[in-house]
Design a protein around this ligand. Sequence first.
Ligand SMILES: [Zn+2]
Length: 557
Amino acid sequence: MSEQDLTSKSNGKKLLILGLDGGTFNLVRPWAEQGHLPTLKRLLDEGVSCDLNSTFPPVTSPAWPSFMTGMNPGKHGVFDFIRPKGTDYDMVNATSIQQPTVWARFARAGTKVGMVNIPVTYPPQKLDNSFIISGLLSPRSGTISHPADLIKKYEGKIGPYRIAPAVQYSRGHEDAYIKDIYDLVRTRGKWATTLVENEAWDVFMVVFGETDIGSHALWRFADESHPQYDPDAPDHIKNGLRNLYALVDEQMGKLIEAAGEDTIVLVMSDHGFGPLHYTVNLNLLLMQTGLMQLKRKPLTQLKAWLFKNGISPQTIYQFAEKLGVHNIAARVSKKQRNAVFRRFLSYDDVDWERTVAFSMGHVGQIYINTRGRWPHGSVEPGYEEYEVREKVISALNGMRHPETGEPIIDRIILGSEEYSGPYADRGPDIQLIMDGYRCISFPLFATTPKLFTEQIRGDSGNHRREGIFIASGPGIKKGEIRETAHILDVAPTMMYLMGQPVPTEMDGQVLTDILEQPWEVTYSETADADIDPETGLSTEEAEEVKDRLRGLGYLED
Ligand SMILES: [Zn+2]
């Protein structure tokens, strides 16, 4: 096919993708109807929309890498923010994605690509025909753009760029948090609009991560049915999340205008959002049921005894808080605090030879300690592994909702059924949907001695599988709601809309029915795009990324 054919098939159109991290129609549709989100209202009225199912687990990373590759995590290898490796874990980064992204495919085809703030794009890939500012999981000290001088080029005119919030949410300090996150949205919007106006692009994407971060913190103020709803909160806090969406909506309007009329606009999220009521300590359940064993060393046994009797760094901190001396504790550096935590119960205290399963990851991921797969694997692959899986499932099914006494697990998702591809065994063997995701697990080895805890950090909202998708613009159907699509469908649909053949190795389907007059899908067999060799972050970079994730509650012990 000649280049001219390609252009004529896409009608020379441009593609603008607006990512709302954690965006949900449970908020967007009513707020749009009520007039708070005029841009989204117009897009919904003039375009096609549907729920967009996320990956399992519905977590930012792996969801964005799955979107970018059009492939399930078993093929690209990213299952979470972290990759467990025995008693420890590595942070994932852009080079952990073991498949070419849609950006690399576009760049190879000569399509000009611009990207701002997409999670898991650090270190930025140096693609031809492209510019990028990387997103979540970027370290503070790294070069976050390609070309490297991209930020310098504009910051004199529009002010410094920011990736992450400067204020960590804590209860009772909503004002400072809200001010900071609103400023972050404006900064993001201003930078994205400036790049759209001044750089060359055919496909441009920006992700507003603030909708996710803000939903984690502010959900309970917007949700009257939340057990921690505060009827006495001032209006600007009650409406804090709605106003955040409205600010993003305003920035979206500016971006669409800057992109021009002949642009197809896609709005998407990586996962949805909903209330969070409980956090469960799955490693504690595994200990209680004998599936996880602690070392017989006296120190570990002493710590285990303290732990069982409700004494942990967390309870000591809460005690200090009651006494009003926690300011002293807060003055202790994070490094020192982590050192104290590490001296308490941790994965280091686990007797791996006698442990058959462990949990790592914040939605409810469990791994079987299979030999050959983990440094201290204790379970033979095959039948023994299957037996352990059944034991874990039976232990999980015994868990009851702390209030209603009903079984808390709605659904158990098996890695063997969910993932396919060369990296499928990096994924969790078992993951859970508990009380419709109103209950999640502690990400790491929690130091709370209770199975269920009402809150983790200050979070009152958490991810859901059902995210959002809207398409609008030239040739797109108007005012329709279609059946649910999958996040894997977006990349093949983007390639199709840009008049390019869809790689057969992508798992998603082209959403041809969003068009008034769909044309035929063409496919290509080869992976005609580049991937960077996998490299780990430096220790310093990894610590910076961990710090940021801790600030967002994704790595809380
Ligand atoms: Zn997310």
